[in-house]
Design a protein around this ligand. Structure first.
Ligand SMILES: NC(=O)c1ccc[n+]([C@@H]2O[C@H](COP(=O)([O-])OP(=O)(O)OC[C@H]3O[C@@H](n4cnc5c(N)ncnc54)[C@H](OP(=O)(O)O)[C@@H]3O)[C@@H](O)[C@H]2O)c1
Length: 306
């Protein structure tokens, strides 16, 4: 299968790249930094150097793919504008592929933060109450659906939990901070985070890519229902020197980190029944139960990057 991937140098995208290549698919990846493009080629992907915001540079490559996976995310104030343009460009490419007599699919990356605080276990049909940081995201989920040409373009929307594994992301930051002796937790830590191992998440994307009928929304989390305090405590047990754990009141955290603080303070219990119905079974079932292995992964990824 020919896959066109955005975000291949990112946390989620690099896991998708690896799993897709390992599963025997051809991956063409949009990469904005020529040096990073070389890493993609070394791993067996075909990089195209370009920018999400400049569709002319990548639209033809997207049009040539059986499945388009959008896992890139601009880290600037232009995030909403650039994401909208990418959705329009990529679904447009998929539409033209359909017009030329082929099947086409588009997989979009959203996230569980669109659910806001959940009052009980939230599945894919639960109402959305997005935390302010991702207030724009439900509209983009809707845009993906509205541009599917009445379902002729197969579209899937993945809502990953907080990703763990490797050396990036929120959980890796906790590991790093614990090693350095000080972990900050927004609030009292009694809130739950839905989490997912990076390779399990990538496995779901590949399942969605190859499954001819998979469409709609898919949550992706390990369903461990871990409290932040329990995650931090499990990590603290595995580092040489006990770190200080500082609970930062939400107002103080907001003053420092803005809306990101509210996202970290979310209390979410999430279920992923639609992914499980596809046969997706996470291989790791929690952060807390796998800290030793995660620390080892963190160390080896950091050494490899050095
Ligand atoms: N990480 C999580 O725990 C998590 C959980 C749920 C949902 N999500 C969502 O998943 C998506 C990906 O997250 P992530 O953690 O993988 O992010 P990430 O590590 O920051 O990766 C972002 C990727 O997008 C690329 N990119 C950014 N701006 C671009 C542009 N203008 N043109 C082309 N490429 C561009 C980056 O390229 P460079 O390498 O050149 O910077 C990188 O490959 C985001 O939408 C995020 O909200 C993430």
């Amino acid at each position: 299968m020919r896959i066109f991937l955005t975000g291949a140098t990112g946390y989620i995208g690099s896991a998708i790249l690896e799993t897709s290549l390992r599963s025997g698919h051809q991956v063409t990846a949009l990469v904005r930094d020529p040096e990073r493009a070389e890493h993609v080629s070394l791993r067996g992907g075909r990089p195209i150097v370009g920018e999400l915001g400049k569709p002319a540079g990548y639209v033809a490559a997207a049009e040539d793919a059986d499945v388009i996976v959008h896992a890139a995310s601009e880290r600037s104030k232009r995030v909403v504008e650039v994401d909208r343009l990418a959705i329009e460009t990529l679904t447009g490419a998929a539409g033209r592929r359909i017009d030329s007599g082929h099947a086409a699919a588009f997989i979009y990356t959203s996230g569980v933060w669109v659910l806001g605080d959940t009052s009980g276990p939230a599945a894919e049909d639960s109402p959305l109450k997005p935390t302010p940081l991702v207030a724009w995201r439900p509209e983009h989920e809707e845009l993906v659906r509205s541009l599917s040409r009445g379902g002729r373009i197969r579209t899937a929307i993945v809502r990953p939990g907080i990703v763990y594994g490797g050396a990036r992301g929120i959980i890796s930051d906790l590991l790093k901070n614990a090693k350095n002796g000080l972990v900050r937790v927004v609030g009292d830590g009694s809130n739950h985070w839905p989490c997912v191992y990076d390779r399990d998440l990538a496995d779901l994307y590949v399942r969605l890519a190859v499954h001819p009928d998979a469409s709609g929304i898919f949550h992706a989390n390990d369903e461990a229902d871990e409290r932040v305090a329990d995650i931090v405590e499990a990590i603290a047990r595995h580092v040489m020197v006990q770190p200080d754990v500082r609970h930062v009141p939400i107002e103080e955290a907001r003053a420092k980190m803005g809306q990101y603080a509210d996202a970290l303070a979310l209390d979410q219990i999430v279920r992923s029944p639609r992914a499980r119905a596809l046969g997706w079974t996470p291989t790791l079932h929690s952060v807390g139960g796998n800290v030793a292995g995660l620390i080892e992964e963190f160390r080896s990824r950091q050494e490899a990057a050095a």
